[in-house]
Design a protein around this ligand. Structure first.
Ligand code: ZN
Length: 107
């Protein structure tokens, strides 16, 4: 089915974190992958509403969700994962609508 609006999630390139052992096999390093969830209209991202992380072990492929990691680890890994990630593009639609509203007020 064709959706003209809705929500989407996108995984961004992950980063290696060396000091966290895998909860399944105990090996290091692991990869922390930032995930953004956003609302879109006509596939243009309008509002980013959630930033998440998933910790993946490259050895046994175990993925640890935020629930498994706990709030303090999640905060630490989010800072690492989203450190150099720009999330402005997920507000493109909002900027377009604001610009359109401003332009239309002058016409
Ligand atoms: Zn593992």
């Amino acid at each position: 089915m064709l959706y003209i609006f809705g929500t989407k999630g996108k995984a961004i390139k992950g980063k290696i974190v060396g000091d966290e052992p895998c909860s399944h096999c105990g090996k290091t390093p692991q990869v922390v992958t930032p995930i953004v969830k956003y609302f879109h209209i006509f596939w243009i991202p309008v509002v980013l509403y959630k930033k998440m992380i998933v910790l993946t072990c490259p050895h046994c492929k175990k993925q640890s969700s935020e629930k498994e990691l706990g709030p303090s680890k999640v905060k630490e890994f989010k800072e690492v994962a989203f450190n150099e990630v720009s999330t402005y593009q997920y507000f493109t639609g909002l900027a377009i609508f604001i610009a359109a509203a401003i332009i239309s007020s002058f016409i």
